[in-house]
Design a protein around this ligand. Structure first.
Ligand code: CMP
Length: 146
């Protein structure tokens, strides 16, 4: 994975990510210290179901496919995130995630994840509401199983 960008361009980059809409410049600066910018090639496996996961990924550019065990797939794009579940409960990855094309990502480690939520409570609300939606999707898919 390759690093890119200077600190000031990183804040500029964060301003383009819908997850960070409404945050103050101070909050964006704090986040820029907590997140690493990485570029990954097409086909990169970013999470593997059943393995330990220690990062949250926020998509700046590009698309990824989430393959949930039992065959369901979900596509994620710009502004969306994945990897939050293992950071929250410490359990293995619930799904595998692969880059569908070259991607730019912000990567937040386990310790930095909790700092991020403390620095920017609106992000906590967005992550919680996305988690609730993903849980409802998983329940709906499960109840469709024979
Ligand atoms: P985690 O379990 O850490 O690693 C795999 C990730 O896939 C998971 O966190 C979520 O971010 C993501 N994921 C799991 N289920 C869904 C879903 N139904 N829709 C979108 N993303 C999901």
């Amino acid at each position: 994975m390759a690093l890119w960008g200077s600190k000031s361009s990183k804040v500029g980059l964060l301003k383009k990510v819908p997850l960070f809409d409404g945050l103050t410049d101070r909050q964006l600066e704090q986040i820029s210290r907590l997140a690493d910018e990485v570029e990954v090639p097409d086909g990169k496996r970013l999470a593997v179901a059943g393995e330990t996961g220690r990062e949250l990924f926020i998509i700046v550019d590009g698309r990824a496919t989430v393959k949930i065990p039992r065959g369901r797939t979900v596509r994620l794009g710009r502004g969306e995130f994945f990897g939050e579940m293992s950071l929250i409960d410490g359990a293995p990855r619930s799904a595998s995630v692969t880059a569908d094309e070259p991607m730019k990502l912000l990567v937040v480690g386990q310790r930095e994840f909790w700092e991020l939520l403390a620095a920017a409570p609106p992000i906590m609300r967005k992550i919680m509401s996305t988690l609730a939606r993903r849980l409802r999707d998983a329940d709906a898919a499960f109840s469709e199983c024979p």
